[in-house]
Design a protein around this ligand. Structure first.
Ligand SMILES: [Zn+2]
Length: 297
């Protein structure tokens, strides 16, 4: 009974101790003990039909916050990756975001989406942080390409049409071939495959539920594996329902986007390594650069 209820609360389970306390009232530790002694978790997972509608609702919230919101002015880097909770406020009409402000909103709304995925509620703080370090930027790349694609753009850009690179880059005579490859390689594949919203949502969940994340705890692995199977099964069923006997090819095509996202991330890494050389003036530390520093260290 407790096990079922812990799954139903919809809130993040957290231990006030070190995650191994013996307090019977600690839901986090009781839940983890159930998993350790081998209670069947898979049986309690959501019905595939509900999986997609939950993802859709979560993504609508993410997009609405991204387009119409601004973060609270007192949000601190240490809270972002320990509390994972943010308040968004309505953006006053006529507000223009610069590169860094769009960047912060993209990060925070994507973190919010990830934290609303059901498996994230049951993970320890350490496992949650490992997942962000391993998968958040990949997910952010997919989201950025998807948003641009769904507004019929052929390159990745911000909602106001501004570039995904800061102004300093445009003025610096940077290698345009590399920049264009970052802006366009994933979106070209989305256009070519005519990726649907359902496929985007399930790929998002699969990217974040990556059981290959290094150093996960055993319990984290068990929890994520069950969810990974759930998302993959839902994608396969969606493909069977939509593409009939072409389903296996379609399923493989959608998963192949993972490689394109990885290639885009590699190009961004190359860009980031060169950026201080091409742009010798120091970029001032701000919340955006602090978020990146946390993720990349
Ligand atoms: Zn505890």
């Amino acid at each position: 009974m407790f096990f079922r209820r812990a799954l139903d609360t919809g809130k993040k389970l957290a231990c006030k101790g070190d995650g191994k306390c013996e307090n019977l009232k600690c839901r986090f530790c009781r839940f983890h003990k159930c998993i350790r002694v081998g209670m069947k978790f898979v049986d309690c997972l959501e019905d595939p039909i509900n999986v997609l509608s939950a993802l859709k609702r979560n993504d609508e919230v993410r997009l609405a916050n991204f387009l119409k919101g601004r973060p609270s002015s007192d949000v601190k880097i240490k809270d972002i990756f320990t509390q994972f909770k943010f308040n968004f406020f309505p953006k006053p009409a006529g507000t223009q975001f610069d590169f860094y402000e769009w960047g912060v909103m993209n990060h925070l709304t994507c973190i919010n989406f990830a934290m609303n995925l059901s498996f994230m509620r049951y993970l320890s703080l350490e496992d949650s942080q490992l997942i962000f370090k391993h998968s958040h930027l990949m997910y952010l790349i997919l989201v950025t390409a998807w948003r641009s694609f769904s507004t019929r753009m052929s390159v990745m850009c911000h909602p106001d049409g501004s570039d995904i690179f800061p102004e300093e880059v445009e003025q610096s005579g940077y290698n345009e071939v590399l920049l264009n490859s970052i802006r366009s390689q994933l979106i070209s594949r989305l256009i070519e495959l005519k990726v649907t919203e359902e496929e985007f949502l399930l790929l998002s969940a699969l990217l974040l539920c990556n059981t290959a994340t290094p150093n996960l705890s055993q319990i984290g692995q068990t929890l994520m594996e069950a969810h990974r199977v759930m998302y993959a099964t839902t994608l396969l069923r969606y493909c069977q329902h939509t593409y009939g006997h072409h389903a296996p090819t379609r399923f493989t095509d959608i998963l192949s986007l993972w490689t394109t996202i990885g290639n885009t991330q590699n190009d961004i890494d190359k860009f980031s390594a060169l950026f201080p050389i091409v742009q010798p003036q120091d970029v001032k530390t701000n919340l955006f650069t602090e978020i990146l520093a946390f993720l990349l260290n």
